[in-house]
Design a protein around this ligand. Structure first.
Ligand code: PLP
Length: 407
C-alpha cells in the first residue's frame, strides 16, 4: 500500500496563511492552549478533539500550529500523507525506529549511513534489545538475505553518507513488502531531487539541518509517513516523539518555512555546480566520485529515480588516499584559496568539507569503514553556490594540483 500521493507532491500549490490573512504564517509561541469550555480538555486527552478535529491544540510538545504548517509543507514535498517535525535529524531517526521496533526486533540496514545513525544501530539500540545487520547498499539482494524472522525494518539513505552509494528504493520496497517489513529512507542528501515515497518508501526521515534549512543556523528533523503512523508517534501514552520530547521550537519552524520557497532554486544550483566540478576533476584525472558522472557504478540507477530538472545532488567526494593529504587539500582550499570551510554538515551556501573517516563517520570502527569502501583520505565536499563557478573551478583545481592529487 503506497503512501505516495502525487497530488500532495505539488507542494507549491499549498496555501498556508497567517492570522489576519498574513502571507507568512504566524508564530504561535504558546507552550499551552486554552479551551473555552472545560469539557473540551478531556475530549482532547481522549483523542476525540485535536488539531485536526475541531482545531483544538493542547500543548506544544504535542502539536503546535506553526510547527504543523512546516510539517504540512514537508509532507507535501515528500508526497506523504503527513509529517511531524523534530528538534534534529537524529531525533527523527531514533523516534521513528523506536516506534517501529521493540526489544527482540531486528533491523536490516545499509552499512553506508551517517556515523550517528550507525552508532545508534550498533551501540544504543542493542542496549534496548534491538539488533541490526549491516549490508552493502549497492548489493540489493543482500538486504533480503539478511532478513530474520524478527526483522521489522529495512533502512537506507537515498545516497549513502559518505560513500555516495545509491539505494535501489523500488527494489528495496518490493523486498520490504514481500517480507512484511517497513522501508525507512533517510532523504537528508536529496530533498526535492528525489522523492523516496514515490518509489515505495513507507517512511521518509530527514535532517532539515542541512539543505532544507540551508543556512547552517538551526538543527531540525522530520518524519514523513502515513497519518496513522504520525499519530502513533504523538500518542499521549506511547508516542516516541510525544514522550521522548524532541520538540521543534515554532521560531525555528517559521525560519525554515521562510526558506522553503527557494529550496528548489538552491538544490538546482547545488546539483549543477557539483556536476560541473566533478566533471572538471575527472577530466584532469583527480580521484573524484559523484553519482551524476557516468563513471559512477550506479549512475543509471540514480538517473531512474531522480526528479526531472534537478540533477544528482550537491555532494561529491575526493579520495586523497591518506588523512595527511586530505587535511593538506582542505587547508589549501580554505586558507590559501579562501574557498569553502573545513566543517562537518552540508547544504550550506558555501562549500563545506570534511575528512569523513575521522569526523562524521568516526563512530564507525576502522574495519567497518574499510568494508564499506571508506578510505581514510576521503574528503566529502558539500558544494555551495556562492561566487562565480569559473573562479571556484580554478580554486579547486589549484588545490588539487598543489597537494599532488594530479600532476
Ligand atoms: N542523516 C544524515 C544523512 C546526516 O548526514 C545527518 C547529519 O550529518 C543526520 C541524519 C543527523 O542530522 P542532525 O545533525 O540534524 O541530527
Amino acid at each position: 500500500m503506497s503512501v505516495f500521493n502525487p497530488e500532495q507532491a505539488l507542494w507549491e500549490t499549498r496555501r498556508e496563511f497567517g492570522e489576519h490573512g498574513g502571507v507568512t504564517p504566524s508564530i504561535a509561541r504558546s507552550s499551552t492552549f486554552t479551551v473555552m469550555d472545560p469539557s473540551t480538555m478531556p475530549e482532547i486527552f481522549r483523542g476525540i478533539r485535536g488539531p485536526d478535529k475541531g482545531g483544538c491544540f493542547l500543548y506544544s510538545r504535542h502539536f503546535n500550529p506553526t510547527v504543523d504548517v512546516l510539517a504540512r509543507y514537508i509532507s507535501a514535498m515528500e508526497g506523504t500523507e503527513f509529517a511531524v517535525c523534530t528538534a534534529s535529524g537524529m531525533s527523527a531517526i531514533s523516534c521513528a525506529l523506536l516506534q517501529l521496533c521493540r526489544s527482540g526486533d531486528h533491523i536490516v540496514s545499509s552499512d553506508t549511513i551517517y556515523g550517528g545513525t550507525h552508532a545508534l544501530f550498533r551501540k544504543l539500540l542493542p542496549e534496548m534489545g534491538i539488533t541490526t545487520t549491516f549490508v552493502d547498499p549497492s548489493d540489493t539482494e543482500s538486504f533480503e538475505q539478511a532478513i530474520l524472522p524478527n526483522s521489522r525494518v529495512i533502512y537506507a539513505e537515498t545516497i549513502g553518507n559518505p560513500t555516495l552509494k545509491v539505494a535501489d528504493i523500488p527494489r528495496l520496497s518490493k523486498i520490504a513488502k514481500r517480507n512484511g517489513l517497513t522501508l525507512v529512507i533517510d532523504n537528508t542528501f536529496m530533498p526535492m531531487v528525489m522523492t523516496p515515497a514515490k518509489h515505495g518508501a513507507d517512511i521518509v526521515v530527514s535532517s532539515m539541518t542541512k539543505f532544507i534549512n540551508g543556512a547552517s543556523d538551526a538543527l531540525a528533523g522530520v518524519i514523513c509517513a502515513r497519518r496513522d503512523f504520525i499519530y502513533e508517534l504523538m500518542d499521549l501514552h506511547t508516542g516516541r516523539v510525544m514522550l521522548l520530547g524532541p520538540t521543534m521550537d515554532p521560531r525555528i519552524a517559521y525560519d525554515i518555512i521562510q526558506r522553503l520557497p527557494h529550496l528548489a532554486l538552491r538544490m538546482r544550483e547545488h546539483c549543477k555546480r557539483a556536476l560541473v566540478i566533478a566533471e572538471r576533476l575527472q577530466e584532469i584525472g583527480a580521484p573524484v566520485f559523484y553519482p551524476g558522472l557516468p563513471s559512477h557504478p550506479q549512475h543509471n540507477l540514480i538517473q531512474s529515480m531522480v526528479n526531472p530538472e534537478y540533477g544528482y545532488g550537491g555532494i561529491l567526494t575526493l579520495d586523497c588516499g591518506t588523512i595527511e593529504k586530505a587535511e593538506a587539500f582542505m587547508s589549501i582550499l580554505q586558507n590559501q584559496e579562501r574557498y569553502g570551510f573545513i566543517a562537518v554538515s552540508l547544504g550550506f551556501y558555501d562549500t563545506l568539507m570534511s575528512c569523513s573517516g575521522s569526523s562524521t563517520s568516526s563512530e564507525i570502527p576502522p574495519e567497518d569503514q574499510s568494508k564499506m569502501g571508506l578510505s581514510p583520505g576521503l574528503v566529502r565536499m558539500a558544494i555551495g553556490y556562492t561566487g562565480s563557478l569559473s573562479a571556484r573551478l580554478g580554486q579547486i583545481e589549484r588545490a588539487v594540483r598543489k597537494v599532488g592529487l594530479v600532476s
